[in-house]
Design a binder for this molecule. Structure first.
Ligand code: MCA
Ligand code: AMP
Length: 516
């Protein structure tokens, strides 16, 4: 099948490789250069390996691997071979992995060698047929095995609606849900962004985000790959390393915490950013102070955009200036208008569209919107309206120019440093601890993470609780970024007449905890 006729996302990415396959595609912070030919050959070998396993069509390939170019290649190879990629944050511990592996039932799990003993045990118990290792220094059984396979591979034919990836997003109640994204969802969004963000010849992306989530794996990587652009690859965000690379780059993407930390670098100057074309922020609200400080320091205006795991990108401030205007109209505090082809509406609780300026529920539709939650038809049905719009759980308003401002969330969600933390999940863990009667987890302003997670814990009658000890215990159970930065033992939680915990009062009472 010709690349143009194959809706496999990898076919489109491969077709965008530059003619000179020996040009550098990725330059890493450990001093390695990968050419486009390297990407092509290594993904072919990995795809051949995956296909040799004779796993059924639609099999999931789960990756719990540190950020590395080889981990990116595993993602691309999974697409190439026609399987379904399931990225897992390496901060997840045993209980979290137990759930994801049990729910997604992957045929293949790839993990770091040092985690092989516990992850393989867990995976084999759940019936996973193949567990490989992949370390961040190009070692491990995955690459050892792939080395025996041919370095050419016919891209698997796929339909646009076929599943390409599953991204778990935590549920407000109950367990995490796997958002099912198709080749068509990912490719249509990547193509829209290529045009909307004006990707052009000579662009160079600093890739400093993790590759377990939409922002780093899809928005950043697809952007560069679909434009045949070089990436300056950082295995971990390091503000000094970013500043050092700015003079050789044109595009940077980050969550607000990255911008806050970059502003603390003396080397972040107008001169250092002279070649830069575009700074993009998303995944969490960018404070207007950060937006303004960035403008003052670099003379660049950050472009803020908005998206979700279920939908990829939805809205964006403009990249280009409109006809007759000297500058692109990027408004701080807003996430811009709906992207081309994406429907965004603000409705009241009855689903009636609200006029400009009024605050309501944000609902969306478009070719980028996912097909549903993995094996959760009831949850899927709940989150879509009868006329097919997805309820984002975000609350916002439009201005007269069609710019959306996100003013809050109807879902009980904390976003800390760009990572989502669901209070219900943390409260569940705390409530299970001996001596705990109940707990409430809220987010309060944090100068680095945007929101800082805190917990208020009520002891059972007669129990003496040590909040720090409970936090220390939580750290051994769940991903570190979810663990409350502070916890307090309290005698009771404020409740309204209906008996519901008044989290707004808790947030107000602790508003200045991190910011003074
Ligand atoms: C790390 N820690 C955190 C966070 N990250 N605590 C709260 N919030 C966080 N985000 C804690 C660790 O548990 C650890 O705690 C300590 O900080 C040091 O860990 P380390 O990994 O060294 O931290 P770091 O390198 O400083 O990480 C901060 C970070 C990182 C660079 C801001 O969180 C990050 O890369 N965030 C980006 C997330 C992202 O890509 N989100 C996109 C989601 P201890 O010392 O106690 O053990 S996609 C999305 O949201 C949608 C679709 C969209 O619109 O893009
Ligand atoms: P996730 O579940 O990780 O996909 O997170 C999606 C959520 O992140 C959205 O529903 C929003 O609440 C939030 N989000 C993403 N980008 C922005 C932004 N620019 N401003 C405010 N919130 C954002």
């Amino acid at each position: 099948m010709s690349p143009a006729a194959n809706p496999n996302l990898f076919a489109a990415l491969r077709a965008a490789f530059p003619a000179d396959l020996d040009a550098i595609a990725i330059e890493t912070d450990s001093g390695l250069d990968y050419s486009w030919r390297d990407l092509d050959r290594a993904t072919a070998m990995l795809a051949n390996l995956l296909q040799s396993l004779e796993i059924p069509a639609g099999s999931r390939v789960a990756a719990h691997t540190e950020k590395s170019v080889e981990a990116l290649m595993l993602y691309l190879a999974t697409l190439r071979a026609g399987f379904v990629y399931l990225p897992l944050n390496t901060a997840y511990q045993a209980a979290e992995l137990d759930y994801f592996i049990g729910n997604a039932e992957p045929a293949v799990v790839v993990c770091a060698g040092r985690n092989f003993p516990w992850i393989s045990q867990l995976a084999f118990q759940k019936g996973v047929a193949h567990v490989f290792t992949l370390n961040d220094d190009r070692t491990g059984t995955l690459l050892d095995r792939a080395a025996h396979f041919p370095d050419t591979h016919e891209i698997a034919p796929k339909a646009a609606g076929d599943l390409a990836a599953i991204l778990y997003t935590s549920g407000t109640t109950g367990r995490s849900k796997g958002a099912m994204l198709s080749h068509g969802n990912l490719l249509s969004n990547a193509q829209v962004l290529k045009d909307f963000w004006d990707w052009r010849e000579g662009d160079v992306l600093i890739h400093a985000l993790p590759i377990f989530h939409v922002h780093g794996l899809f928005v950043a990587s697809h952007g560069a790959l679909l434009n045949g652009s070089k990436m300056l690859w950082l295995a971990k965000f390091d503000p000094k390393a970013v500043v050092e690379r700015l003079p050789r780059a044109t595009v940077f993407m980050g969550v607000p915490t990255l911008y806050v930390r970059l502003l603390q670098e003396a080397g972040l100057t107008r001169e250092a950013c002279a070649r830069m074309r575009l700074f993009i922020s998303g995944s969490a609200p960018l404070l207007i102070e950060t937006f303004r400080d960035w403008q003052a320091r670099t003379h660049h205006t950050i472009l803020e955009r908005y998206g979700m795991s279920e939908t990829i990108m939805l809205t964006s401030n403009p990249c280009r200036a409109a006809d007759g205007e000297p500058e692109p109209r990027r408004l701080g505090g807003t996430v811009g208008p709906a992207l081309p082809g994406v429907g965004v509406r603000v409705v009241d609780d009855q689903g009636v569209a609200l006029p400009v300026g009024e605050i309501g529920n944000v609902q969306v539709c478009g070719p980028n919107v996912f097909g549903g939650y993995w094996r959760m038809p009831e949850k899927t049905a709940e989150e879509f309206t009868v006329d097919g719009w997805f309820r984002t759980g975000d609350v916002g308003r439009f201005d007269a120019q069609g710019y959306l401002t996100i003013v809050g969330r109807s879902k009980d969600l904390i976003i800390s440093g760009g990572y989502n933390v669901y209070p219900a999940e943390i409260e569940g863990w705390l409530n299970d601890m001996p001596g705990v009667a109940e707990s409430a987890v809220v987010g309060v302003p944090h100068p680095d993470f945007g929101e800082g997670v805190i917990a208020l814990i009520v002891p059972k009658a007669g129990a003496a609780l040590d909040a720090d000890a409970l936090v220390a215990r939580l750290k051994t159970q769940i991903a570190g970024y979810k663990v409350p930065k502070r916890a307090f033992v309290v005698t009771e939680l404020p409740r309204n007449a209906m008996g519901k915990v008044q989290k707004n009062l808790l947030r107000d009472a602790h508003r200045a905890l991190f910011t003074g």
